[in-house]
Design a protein around this ligand. Structure first.
Ligand SMILES: [Zn+2]
Length: 141
């Protein structure tokens, strides 16, 4: 049967479900990166309260990034964010001009301590979530 291959990553289209009010509850869109159409008032995560890194995107939105840089090999393609050449904004996906091809950023939202864990997550995501739970003083299994 003709599968939904999705082999070609193509342009990093921002999905409509990534938008919406800042602080939407996770249930609405389980796996978004938490883009905001408006600049949030603070860089604090509305869900766990942790201060993240608030950055504009090349598409004119805002995103909270998890601190640090991570090997691209450990981050699924659609989850990679790169520092743009202006040093200020971030861009998503292959084809974007990036300062480093080896490291990328990831959004805070997928690894937010306020989320419920899923065993389907990629390993680095699970590790960062565990780290955030630990920092937040929340229990984890
Ligand atoms: Zn959070």
């Amino acid at each position: 049967m003709a599968g939904h291959e999705g082999g070609r990553a193509g342009a990093p289209d921002v999905r409509p479900e990534d938008f919406g009010a800042w602080g939407d509850h996770f249930g609405a869109e389980e796996d978004g990166d938490g883009l905001s159409a408006r600049r949030p008032e603070t860089p604090d995560c509305p869900d766990c309260g942790r201060t993240a890194e608030l950055r504009p995107t090349d598409t004119g939105h805002w995103i909270l990034l998890q601190p640090g840089r991570y090997p691209v090999a450990e981050v699924p393609e659609g989850r990679r964010w790169y520092d743009a050449e202006d040093g200020r904004s971030v861009v998503r996906g292959p084809g974007a001009t990036a300062r480093s091809a080896d490291e990328c950023r990831i959004a805070h939202r997928p690894v937010c301590a306020a989320r419920a864990f899923s065993p389907r997550w990629w390993p680095l995501r699970a590790a960062l979530w565990l780290h955030n739970r630990d920092v937040a003083g929340l229990p984890y299994e």
